[in-house]
Design a protein around this ligand. Structure first.
Ligand code: NDP
Length: 320
């Protein structure tokens, strides 16, 4: 089978289309014939060596397709069943092995491309809105990069939960997408902290969801009410420098958390609940996912370059 791998860290050009043996599922594993693969920043961090991996390496943390073979001891799955998953490696390939307990069924009304598009970003938006800070009516959230994959889903889920949403995005076209997702006010990044204060009549927001990192972090802290929560869940613009705890005191006894999906998918029940909600909302139209572009698997490098280059609105999907 074909896999898009790299043998050294570097730019998008390090990808090679390698012919590798079809993997055989071990105990507890299923082999999935991939129909769509989601592209994520973590794949870029793996390629660049920001997160260390053993080489050669096949990136990719999410996908959707059909169950093609089962390892010993796997129950509750049948061959040919449509499934999706997130947070298991090796997705930039025609086939991949996934622990069976990470697979969730895909409802009939949801295509494999859309299932692959929401597994990682959708479950992330879900845990951020429901658990990192449990949004509800009366809350105001500031959500950065609201035309992005995770940000746009998070805006929609925050609105489903009855919160008021202030959003940021870099261009007029991206701000229009944030408005279409339901944001109550959408700001450019310039002076977003001053503008957020004004929009909340000086009070500040209950929570900031920050996936941009270096370029927004300090000003995000300025937007919070006393005892507000900064959920720093990504660093699309670069990583954030160490924080002096006294800064959190002086800006209002703030809470800072750096959540990551793995800690919010700790059990099979948790996975089924979050993925079930997300895929269910997608099927019913309560939440809409946006596929920015679908590219052949062989264009993995171009797909990553578009995401890293700030050129996307919504999800980038690879089709094996
Ligand atoms: P997006 O689709 O949101 O793309 C990133 C967006 O960030 C861009 O579209 C851009 O929107 C904004 N951005 C701001 N500054 C930059 C910059 N210098 N370079 C590139 N983009 C920039 O990506 P994702 O939703 O997939 O991921 C966003 C971040 O969240 C990543 O760091 C990712 O690793 C992280 N993440 C974390 C998870 C977790 O559980 N903690 C799970 C999923 C993702 P604009 O032009 O409007 O600013």
């Amino acid at each position: 089978m074909r896999a898009m791998r790299f043998h050294e860290h570097g730019g998008p050009e390090v990808f090679r289309a390698d012919e590798v043996p079809l993997p055989e599922p071990g105990p507890g594993q299923a082999r999935v014939k991939l129909e769509a693969v989601g592209v994520n920043f973590i794949d870029i961090y793996h390629r660049m060596g920001t997160y260390k991996v053993a080489l050669p390496f096949t990136p990719g943390q999410e996908g959707a397709g059909v169950v093609d073979a089962l390892g010993a001891g796997v129950t509750g799955l049948r061959l040919g069943e449509r499934v999706a998953y997130a947070f298991s490696g090796g997705a930039y390939a025609e086939y991949t092995l996934v622990p069976a307990d990470k697979l969730v069924p895909v409802p009939d009304g949801v295509s494999s491309a859309f299932a692959a598009a929401v597994m990682l970003q959708g479950t992330t938006a879900h845990y951020l809105a429901t658990d990192t800070f449990a949004l509800g009516p009366g809350h105001t959230a500031l959500i950065h990069a609201a035309a992005g994959g995770t940000g746009n889903l998070l805006v929609q889920m925050a609105k489903l939960r009855g919160a008021r949403v202030i959003a940021t995005a870099s261009t007029e076209a991206k701000r229009a997408l944030a408005t279409a997702a339901g944001a109550d006010a959408v700001l450019p990044y310039e002076d977003f902290d001053t503008a957020t204060r004004a929009l909340t009549l000086g009070a500040g927001v209950d929570v900031v969801y920050d996936s941009v990192g270096r370029d927004t972090f300090d000003r995000s802290l300025n937007c919070l009410r006393p005892r507000g929560v900064l959920a720093l869940f990504g660093h699309a613009s670069g990583t954030v420098s160490p924080v002096d705890p006294l800064t959190l005191m002086s800006k209002g006894s703030l809470y800072l958390t750096r959540p990551t999906l793995g800690n919010y998918l700790q059990t099979r029940e948790e996975l089924l609940r979050r993925a079930g909600d997300v895929l269910g909302w997608l099927g019913s139209g309560a939440v809409k996912a946006r596929i920015d572009r679908s590219l052949p698997l062989s264009e993995a490098g171009a797909a990553q370059a578009a995401l890293a280059g700030r050129a996307t609105t919504g999800k980038v999907v690879l089709i094996p």
